[in-house]
Design a protein around this ligand. Structure first.
Ligand SMILES: [Zn+2]
Length: 120
């Protein structure tokens, strides 16, 4: 549960205190810290590491589109009303900076390996 909170706050997976991104504002794009400012954890494991975050971003966008569509459908008479489409596009445009950040944070968390204590 704590790691989910850390993830959505876009914090470092290792120390849970350092920011992954330079800018804290949710709806603004910002540069990433290559190394965590608190614990010096390397966020960029290898060149091209964040190409995989595009798939995470795609999944987030599909989920947000479906949620927006289902919520908007309540306010329209027809089942599949094309007037909902601009709302879906608007929500996706508004959330795209956060999707960008969250997908990269999820990708970092997916490949973060906790050092387990030795059993020897
Ligand atoms: Zn850190």
């Amino acid at each position: 549960m704590k790691s989910l909170k850390t993830l959505f706050k876009l914090k470092c997976p290792k120390c849970t205190k350092g920011d992954v991104f330079e800018n804290h504002k949710i709806f603004r794009y910002s540069k990433m810290h290559t190394y965590c400012p608190n614990c010096n954890y390397n966020n960029m494991i290898e060149p091209g590491f964040f190409y995989g975050a595009m798939y995470v971003s795609y999944i987030l966008m599909v989920a947000e589109s479906m949620a927006t569509f289902l919520i908007c459908q309540v306010f329209f008479d027809q089942n599949f009303d094309l007037r909902i489409f601009p709302f879906v596009v608007g929500i996706l445009l508004i959330l795209s900076p956060y999707n960008y950040k969250l997908s990269r944070a999820i990708w970092i968390f997916m490949f973060y390996k906790k050092k387990l204590p030795n059993k020897n």
